[in-house]
Write a protein that binds this ligand. Structure first.
Ligand SMILES: Cc1ncc(COP(=O)(O)O)c(C=O)c1O
Length: 398
């Protein structure tokens, strides 16, 4: 049996994989089993932000691997503690972190933290536990994070989910206000929706959301699992908006491919958890944390300026395509988190690009999603535009 047949026989059918069988990956490139090289404009869905097998990240991880791979969180792992310190300092004054293994876990932690904070800060009628979420959002696949996810297609067969999550219209502050009652404790939002089709929040809306949360004593939680860690040209996407949350969650790219989730809480709720309120056997793995410290070192001001420069070049190119091809409805995004919304399903274009050795992804059926490693060059963009244009031409003449 070949690798695809083995997968088909022994794996649950949760992933619709393309035919690509990966042999190795380096920087912005991936090689298949036959040695064919692909340009990766997906980065494992915004995971390998500083490039596949980044030399500095691998060196840091190897150093930790040679010391130890795991020690219970009942003891101190210096690489974990050092990473937590740098991340907390880079986030907000008085911040504290909880480290887990994935995005869903980082959000679960944020939800639990908000619940306990609501218990400690009740309204006149008692405990507060309701969380306002948004239509079209995505926060993970566990039961609580699915309950917070505003896309019905992920809920199929799993209802009833938890009722303590309500859904406001993304971008509409009056819709948020209508959901606030004496049980409301927090609002959770992706500053740039990812799985929902690359939809950046409006600046005015995010500022109003901050004000409404302050006025009603609610925690504001930003899920930056897809849009954080330099993706938008700032370390946190919220830096583009001049709005700070009370809690921010990270995962995906924080350790550039090693599993790690982080929940960072500001002063308002950093001290809420006490011993045994939360925990994880693998959370904050020492090797992942060593890799994550390297990521934090790499993503400095110069790196981010370069990301912004290359992102502008990419965007101009996509806007030019839009002028030529009416099947492009809209070009959207922030920094190197870009999408083009089509009037048709994007599947055929993704397959065409793959045949021509360009890896892109489609989300929300019609949105071509571009999440390249932040180290791509103008030459890479020129190559991708040539292929994308061919693919768009094929679709247009169909
Ligand atoms: C915004 C956002 N939140 C949460 C998650 C869940 O992360 P994970 O798959 O690591 O659990 C994702 C994953 O795509 C995401 O994009």
């Amino acid at each position: 049996m070949n690798i695809k047949q083995i997968e088909d026989k022994y794996f649950m059918r949760t992933y619709k994989r393309s035919n690509l069988v990966v042999k190795k990956a380096k920087n912005q490139f991936v090689w298949d089993e036959n040695g064919k090289r692909y340009l990766d404009f997906s980065s494992g869905i915004s995971v390998c932000n500083v490039g596949h097998c980044n030399t500095i990240v691998i060196k840091a991880a190897k150093k930790q691997l040679n010391n130890f791979t795991h020690i219970s969180n009942l003891y101190y792992a210096p690489s974990q503690i050092k990473f937590g310190e740098v991340l907390a300092k880079r986030t907000f004054p008085g911040a504290k972190v909880f480290l887990s293994n994935s995005g869903a876990e980082a959000n679960e932690c944020a939800i639990k933290l908000a619940r306990k904070w609501g218990f400690l800060n009740p309204s006149q009628t008692g405990n507060r536990y309701e969380i306002i979420c948004f239509n079209n959002s995505f926060h993970g696949r566990t039961i609580a994070t699915l309950s917070a996810t505003g896309q019905k297609k992920f809920h199929e067969y799993l209802v009833p989910l938890q009722k303590e999550f309500v859904f406001a219209e993304f971008g509409n502050i009056n819709s948020v206000k209508r959901f606030i009652n004496d049980k409301t404790v927090a609002v959770i939002i992706e500053p740039v929706q990812g799985e929902g089709g690359i939809v950046p929040s409006d600046k005015k809306f995010l500022k109003e959301l901050r004000t409404v949360c302050c006025e009603n004593n609610l925690l504001l939680i930003f899920d930056e699992i897809q849009c954080g860690v330099g993706r938008t040209g700032k370390f946190y996407a919220f830096e583009n908006y001049g709005v700070e949350p009370d809690i921010v969650t990270l995962a995906k790219s924080i350790a550039n491919g090693f599993p790690l989730g982080a929940t960072v809480a500001g002063k308002k709720c950093a001290e809420v958890f006490t011993y045994n309120d939360h925990g994880s056997t693998f959370g904050g793995n020492p090797v992942s944390c060593a890799a994550a410290s390297a990521v934090l070192k790499i993503i400095n001001k110069k790196f981010l300026n370069n990301t912004l420069k290359i992102a502008r070049y990419f965007r101009v190119n996509l806007e030019n395509l839009k002028k030529k091809y009416p099947i492009i409805r809209e070009v959207r995004g922030l920094g190197l988190m870009l999408g083009i919304d089509l009037t048709v399903n994007g599947k055929d274009i993704v397959n065409y690009c793959m045949d021509k050795k360009l890896i892109i992804n489609c989300t929300h059926d019609t949105v071509l999603r571009f999440l390249p490693p932040l180290i791509i060059t103008k030459k890479d963009i020129d190559f991708s535009m040539k292929i994308l244009e061919e693919a768009l031409k094929c679709q247009t003449t169909k």
